[in-house]
Design a protein around this ligand. Sequence first.
Ligand code: SF4
Length: 457
Amino acid sequence: MWWNNVETKPGTGYPTLWEDQGKYRGGWEKRGKSVRLRLHNRGEGLANIFYNPSLPSLDDYYEPWSYRYGDLTSAPSGDDQPVARPVSMITGREMTIEAGPNWDDDLGGSGIYAAGDINLAALTTEERQQLFLLERLVFFHLPRICNHCLNPGCVAACPTGAIYKRGEDGIVLVSQEKCRAWRMCVSGCPYKKVYFNWKTGKSEKCILCYPRQETCQSPACFHSCVGRIRYLGTLLYDADGIERCASLPDHELVEAQRELILDPGDPRVCQKAREDGVHEAIIEAAKKSPVYNFVKEWGLALPLHPEARTLPMLFYVPPLLPVAATMEDGKYDLGGLPFDDQVTGRLPIRYFAALFAAGNDQPVRAAYRKLHAVRLHRRRETVGDIPEELVQQALEEAGSTSQEAEAIYRMTSLATFAERHVVPPFLREMAIEATTDPFERKESTGAGFIRPPKRGW
Ligand code: SF4
């Protein structure tokens, strides 16, 4: 089970080549003005129900192994150090390890693993070759959990309706009672974030730690992230626009998904949310959501592989080149590299466009311009070796202001835990009360959430 893994990019990831939808047929594809599951239509799904050729195999996940540790203590005396041989946990036999978790971590074996990254197809041959030259070796890390998508391929592919998206918070879950092990969800998910548990015979996936969230705690991986890179927040969105958004051409997807997300600061949005039964506590949480800032207000965070059209609800800020110490004419001195290289860590922008924007480099470029402007703004504040005009020019080019740059700096560097993780209070309990308490049910607003009690206790 690797519900939550961190991959090294460029790389083939886990399971191997999960991004290759030609092989795995995950997510949705555009057909005319609409979309359909890439895996199958209803008839094909029924015909293929006992045979699914688009599943990752054991080798794609890696063959699990342990070591025969007893060899270390039971080996007879001799000149050589005893060795614990690897043993397959599937067959029990000795094996040669050829792949495993984080096998390609930090570019280990890059010529084989990183070179197999399908996003590199967006680059020219020369750019690809450049990447693997020793003096230009670059990599970054891509944390991956289930994206709890708005238009989840896993839910649509499940023939038994065992997977569902909770109405109250959008978390996607697999009912362990209903799952009948067809494993169509594994294929239907373009991120390969549903895993089949061969011991229980059920599919399993990241549950976004819903039991923690129901007690107002953030998910464990968000809570324990040492780098403080994970932010959690509520987004209000226009569910009626999902189908239209998922059916747009690739280059419009990022912008359209942003448009789906509504401004909780707009009184009309709040009023409509109330009319639709969204609880006041959730509206208040949405107003404080750091995710809204990153995705919509600042335009810094982008969805992973939006071309799969599942409308993923996890967003990534593209990685910025680590700070270089010396500057010349307001630019970091990187031996004359162009702007793109200065900000992206020397991976071409097109690589990130393939990863985060369905090949459209505009949103990626905009995010990088803003990140770069924030960096210059802070350098002027702290080191003071950049002329004011250059900072203003960078901010203008990024469509930003020094106030916004300061707000981004604050959220990414100084924000408290409570500012980074805004969990709406007792969401599940409110919904349960609304449907089980006969007194409160009369007061129900119709969408599962209760009005504040009128009685005086
Ligand atoms: S990322 Fe999660 S919600 Fe989206 S399709 Fe995959 S398993 Fe389903």
